[in-house]
Design a protein around this ligand. Structure first.
Ligand SMILES: CC(C)(COP(=O)(O)OP(=O)(O)OC[C@H]1O[C@@H](n2cnc3c(N)ncnc32)[C@H](O)[C@@H]1OP(=O)(O)O)[C@@H](O)C(=O)NCCC(=O)NCCS
Length: 151
C-alpha cells in the first residue's frame, strides 16, 4: 500500500512545487518566482490578506502534490484556494481531496468558512464539485461553509 504523508511547505520546497505546476502551465521559472513571491507576500492575488499557507503531499519523501490557500475578501469570501496540483501518475487516488481536507481544517482554524476557488479547467471543476463546492458565478466556485465538507 502506498503511504502518502502531508506537511506544511517551506521556502525550500518551492522549486519542487514549481516543477509540478509547470507540468500543466507556464515554466518552472515562472512558478518559482510566483510561488516564492506568494509565500513572501510580494505576490498577492486580488484582495488577498497576508495569512496564507501551502501544504505538500509526499511519497517516499518526494513531493507529489500541493495546495495553497489564503484569507481574502474577494467575492465576499473569507478564504480562497489558490492552487492545487498532483503529479500525473498519482492522480485519481484521492490525494488532492486529502489536500482539500487539510486546507479546509486550516481555514476552519482561521474562522474562515466561506471559501472561493477559480477552477481554471473542467477537470478541476468536476474535482471541486466532488469535494462539495458549488458554482458562485459563471466561472468561480465556492464552499458556503467549508466546515460541511470535513469527513
Ligand atoms: C485537479 C487535480 C488536482 C485533481 O487531483 P486528484 O488527486 O486526481 O483528485 P482526486 O483523486 O482527489 O479526485 C477526486 C475527484 O475529482 C474528480 N476528478 C479527478 N480527476 C478527474 C478526471 N481526470 N476526470 C474527471 N473527474 C476527475 C472526480 O470526481 C474524482 O472523484 P472519483 O475518483 O470518485 O471519480 C489534478 O487533476 C491536477 O493536478 N490537475 C492539474 C492542475 C489543476 O488543474 N489544478 C486546478 C487549478 S489550480
Amino acid at each position: 500500500m502506498t503511504t502518502i504523508s502531508y506537511r506544511q511547505a517551506t521556502n525550500q520546497d518551492v522549486p519542487f512545487l514549481a516543477k509540478i505546476r509547470s507540468e500543466n502551465q507556464e515554466t518552472e521559472n515562472h512558478w518559482n518566482d510566483r510561488i516564492s513571491a506568494y509565500l513572501n507576500y510580494t505576490h498577492n492575488p486580488q484582495q488577498a490578506l497576508k495569512t496564507r499557507i501551502i501544504y505538500v503531499a509526499l511519497h517516499n519523501n518526494i513531493i507529489i502534490g500541493f495546495v495553497a490557500g489564503h484569507l481574502t475578501t474577494r467575492y465576499e469570501c473569507q478564504g480562497e484556494l489558490q492552487w492545487i496540483n498532483v503529479v500525473e501518475k498519482y492522480r485519481q487516488t484521492g490525494i488532492a481531496s486529502n489536500l482539500v481536507q487539510i486546507l479546509a481544517i486550516w481555514f476552519i482554524g482561521q474562522k474562515s468558512y466561506k471559501v472561493c476557488v477559480d477552477p481554471g479547467n473542467d477537470i478541476a471543476r468536476q474535482f471541486y464539485k466532488k469535494n462539495g463546492a458549488e458554482n458562485l458565478n459563471s466561472h468561480w466556485m465556492f464552499w458556503e461553509d467549508i466546515r460541511n465538507i470535513i469527513i
